[in-house]
Design a protein around this ligand. Structure first.
Ligand code: 4AZ
Length: 283
């Protein structure tokens, strides 16, 4: 599996050779720990032809939020599925089919701007202790420096090397992992990536020495737990970055709060379509 996201990372690595990570800093969801789906009941695995391609987050009883770049090469909707309620991407929980994949119309594969997709499931989810929605962050309560930020996923435990040939370690993790990261101020993130790509207001950055999300975590949730207590909220969707856990380059996440209107509009339109279909059915 060679995602477009990784491909882009490699392209950028070739262009900016000074950015090539050394083996020591390369690749791992370093500092990550194995966890269970009970701890992250909103986490799902997005699958193509039965294989994990991306993470995702449950935001409603028919809805999963993920990254648009997971669908850059778009297959028929029937080829995708979502595994919910399991800490293993390959087994357990329920494997569900999709009604629709809605990628953001403003998604730009070159700039990674608007890297967001909404998946509409065919069946209504039954929430359990293994399956729960996560509330979305709004612009009213931005993450602060003392918000605990947690990113989770089945992404690579070892990144492929700069040449793309020698792989350090075998593919995505069978079991769900998480790692704590810290918010990186937009200005600081902009400076870090100034020779690479613009950091837009639709992106937020997070990092911690030796810790990061990586390829295969894409589309997955970055959740913030307020220091003062209160509910966890979905702040980010794993989007892109230059390498993984490279001290020079924070992980970049889709800023979920910036898409409140877009998400609400898609969810609302789907609801009206459902009502219309039911109504025309009785006519
Ligand atoms: C990727 O290639 C990717 N360190 C995802 C996340 C990050 C880097 C690359 C963030 O899908």
């Amino acid at each position: 599996m060679f995602s477009v996201g990784l491909l882009w990372s490699l392209v950028v690595l070739v262009v900016f050779t000074t950015a090539t990570p050394t083996p020591a800093e390369e690749g791992r969801i370093v500092g990550g720990e194995v966890t269970t789906i009970r701890e992250f009941p909103y986490q799902v695995s997005v699958q193509l032809h039965g294989e994990h391609i991306c993470g995702g987050a449950v935001i409603g009883d028919h809805f999963v939020l993920t990254a648009a770049h997971c669908f850059e090469v778009l297959f028929p909707t029937e080829d995708y599925s979502v595994r919910v309620g399991s800490g293993e991407h390959a087994t357990g929980g329920h494997l569900l089919s999709l009604r629709q994949v809605i990628t953001h119309g403003g998604y730009n594969p070159q700039s990674h701007d608007n890297d967001l997709a909404l998946l509409i499931l065919n069946a209504r989810l039954n929430f359990t202790e293994h399956l729960q929605p996560v509330p979305r962050a709004t612009l009213v309560e931005p993450p602060t420096m003392d918000t605990r930020l947690v990113v989770s996923g089945w992404g690579l435990q070892a990144e492929e090397s700069g040449t793309g040939s020698a792989e350090i370690g075998g593919g995505v993790s069978p079991t769900l992992r998480f790692v704590d990261v810290d918010l990186v101020e937009s200005d600081q993130c902009r400076r870090a990536y100034r020779q690479v790509l613009p950091i837009t207001q639709r992106m937020i950055c997070a990092a911690r020495p030796g810790r990061d999300s990586c390829q295969g975590d894409s589309g997955g949730p970055l959740v913030g737990i307020p220091a003062q207590g209160g509910p966890a909220r979905l702040y980010g969707i794993v989007s892109w970055g230059l390498g993984c856990a490279n001290p020079k380059y924070p992980g970049v996440y889709t800023n979920v709060a910036a898409f409140r209107n877009w998400i609400d509009a898609q969810v609302g339109a789907w609801g009206w379509n459902g009502l219309l279909a039911a109504w025309s059915g009785v006519q």
